[in-house]
Design a protein around this ligand. Structure first.
Ligand code: SF4
Length: 62
């Protein structure tokens, strides 16, 4: 499974980094970027939580 962030949609709230810092990190422009190519099994649940909690639905996991 991989995580993607739509940078045009991301509003830079930082929630995903708070929920799952192993997968999401804020970059210099204040947007979220996935820091991992592949999401390991043990991180999938928190990555999904981050996706579900994104206020603008900018995160895709597939
Ligand atoms: S939760 Fe959504 S809007 Fe907030 S930083 Fe992450 S991707 Fe961007």
């Amino acid at each position: 499974m991989k995580a993607f962030v739509d940078r045009d949609t991301c509003i830079g709230c930082g929630a995903c980094e708070m929920t799952c810092p192993e997968v999401f990190s804020m970059d210099d422009e204040g947007k979220s970027v996935p820091v991992k190519e592949d999401i390991s099994e043990n991180l999938l649940e928190s990555a999904q939580d981050a996706k579900d909690d994104c206020p603008v639905s900018a995160i895709t996991i597939n």
